[in-house]
Write a new protein. Structure first.
Length: 73
């Protein structure tokens, strides 16, 4: 049995990159929600933080859905 180390390294690199990106997006979403709650004004800064947080969470959900799609299909 021969192991293709280049393919294994490639899979490891892509998996690590995807994991770091997904955690970073989720973290940005949580920071956006905390900034929204901490904002004292009801104006643009609070709405922008909430919108950015929701966009980060939507991207996280899309990445998870794409991963499930790749596994199933």
């Amino acid at each position: 049995m021969k192991i293709d180390w280049a393919a294994l390294g490639s899979v490891f690199g892509v998996s690590l990159s995807a994991t770091v990106a997904l955690v970073a997006l989720f973290t940005l979403g949580m920071v956006g929600l905390s900034k929204h709650e901490a904002a004292t004004d009801a104006g643009g800064a609070a709405n922008l933080a909430r919108t950015g947080a929701y966009a980060c969470f939507a991207l996280c959900a899309a990445a998870v859905a794409y991963g499930i799609y790749l596994i199933v299909v």
